[in-house]
Write a protein that binds this ligand. Structure first.
Ligand code: NAD
Length: 444
């Protein structure tokens, strides 16, 4: 099929590339000239394992193209995907300005019948708004070209995006048009070799809702476990043991019940907020969802509070080595990362921070911690801890999982570790003379 993907970010670039890999002819469009120029020259704007090789292979094979203009890319196009950002608006609802701008551009440029797919995460009712925006543009042109708007929310995880897209747990297609559903099924069929059971079709509104509910459910699991961790500390229980104890129940399961420094990233915070807003716009007070958010806001500062409890409110003269800046491993994405909140809290109290991350340093330097003073970046984890008072682990990158603790002890002023991801064995660290703080277990 001929596909046009509008918005070449994490979702647009990964989706477009994977569709091309399956034999489709794909053009990815973005208004960011620098991004498109780079992609044309094989420069991948994000870190996503495995992505670069597939992009290069499909560009070389002429199945993947890049452009800054939608003009001429809707002619003979079977399906146009909208994959632009839907950031949090000022009132907490999803900001649809980019989605609707793209809808108007589609209406202004389409020349042949078209299926338009909302791949961006958008609130219930957005497909109607997209439909209206396109229809208005066609009216202005005096054209009546048939089109339909489908919802196909994306469930890929950053850091694992290629594998999620190529071997999806499920694909949700929300459509009220049987021909469009048939075409979407055909597009996704190669991604389901053994059975199409995991291709789930439904009405548009339910599909739009599904994406928010999936993210809110995952965020709820995280906040629940973080709340449990805080209670464990108060009652002298070990959340790591409680986690294993409950996860073994097949009704509960082990995934997403790790305590930590709170959820971050480009999706959970804004999607939980947007779902809350949608409920409130319809006169419903979503108490559980509000609590999920409140617990997360508090959790982001749990590590900072442990540091303050040890060193006092005034941290001037103290140096902290931070391992991990991205909101999770295997990505350079720092949107809403707990590291931003924790580092700012420490620096505000006079501390100096020495930071290391395998992939996110550029993002931190130029965007997310650009205005934060007293922070220096290092190209190795051991360099960053040299002469620091304590090491703080904030992202569980693989290279942090089993570090050389003798080296850490040698480099630090005092052998103190604050672990915001519960990665280490407290007995072993205790025997080595470390003061080891984790989430959900008081220090023995
Ligand atoms: P992103 O910010 O990485 O990319 C969005 C891109 O859209 C940018 O490159 C921007 O320049 C481009 N853009 C904006 N306006 C445009 C226009 N008029 N024409 C062409 N391009 C335009 O965003 P993302 O992380 O890929 O997220 C996109 C959507 O997918 C969001 O709704 C998000 O919630 C959803 N989503 C994201 C993830 C994820 O893990 N990142 C997963 C599932 C769903």
């Amino acid at each position: 099929m001929n596909l046009t993907v509008i918005g070449t970010g994490y979702v647009g670039l990964v989706s477009g590339t994977c569709f091309a890999e399956m034999g489709n002819n794909v053009t990815c469009i973005d208004i960011d000239q620098k991004k498109i120029d780079g992609l044309k020259n094989g420069i991948i704007p994000i870190y996503e394992p495995g992505l670069e090789a597939i992009v290069k292979r499909n560009v070389a094979g002429k199945t993947l193209h890049f452009s800054t203009s939608l003009e001429n890319h809707l002619e003979n196009c079977d399906i146009a995907f909208i994959a632009v950002g839907t950031p949090m608006g000022e009132d907490g609802s999803a900001d649809l300005q980019y989605v609707l701008q793209v809808a108007r551009q589609i209406g202004a440029h389409m020349t042949t019948p078209l299926i338009i797919v909302d791949k961006s995460t958008v609130p219930v009712g957005t497909a109607d708004k997209v439909h209206e925006a396109i229809a208005n543009e066609l009216d202005k042109r005096g054209e009546s070209i048939p089109f339909t708007v489908v919802s196909n929310p994306e469930f890929l995880k950053e850091g694992d995006a290629i594998s999620d897209f190529m071997k999806p747990d499920r694909v949700v297609i929300g459509s009220d048009n049987p021909d469009a559903t048939k075409k979407m099924r055909a597009l996704y069929a190669p991604f389901f070799r053994s059975s199409m059971d995991r291709l789930i079709t439904m009405d548009v509104r339910s599909a739009e809702m599904t994406k928010y509910v999936a993210n809110a459910m995952l965020a709820t699991k995280i906040s629940f476990m973080n709340e449990v961790a805080n209670i464990c500390e108060l009652v002298g229980a070990d959340v790591n043991k409680v986690r294993i104890g409950i996860g073994s129940d097949s009704r509960i399961g082990y995934s997403f019940i790790y305590p930590g420094s709170g959820y971050g990233g480009s999706c959970f915070p804004k999607d939980v907020k947007a779902l809350k807003k949608t409920a409130m716009q319809h006169g419903y007070q979503p108490q559980l969802i509000e609590a999920v958010e409140d617990v997360n806001d508090r959790q982001k500062l749990v590590v900072a509070n442990k540091i303050i409890a040890k060193y006092g409110e005034d941290l001037s003269g103290k140096v902290f080595a931070v391992w991990g800046l991205s909101f999770k491993p295997e990505t350079d994405d720092m949107r809403e990362a707990p590291s931003i909140y924790i580092i700012n809290e420490l620096v505000k109290r006079g501390a100096t921070v020495k930071a290391y991350d395998p992939k996110a340093i550029e993002e931190a330097k130029h965007f997310y911690l650009k205005d934060t003073p007293n922070i220096t970046y290092y190209s190795s984890k051991y360099e960053a801890i040299s002469e620091a008072n304590a090491m703080i682990l904030l992202t569980e990158w693989k290279e942090f999982r089993s570090p050389d603790f003798h080296e850490i002890k040698k480099q630090l002023v005092e052998p103190v570790i604050f672990d915001g991801r519960n990665q280490y064995n407290d007995e072993i660290l205790g025997e080595m003379g470390f003061e080891y703080y984790q989430i959900g277990k008081t220090r023995s």
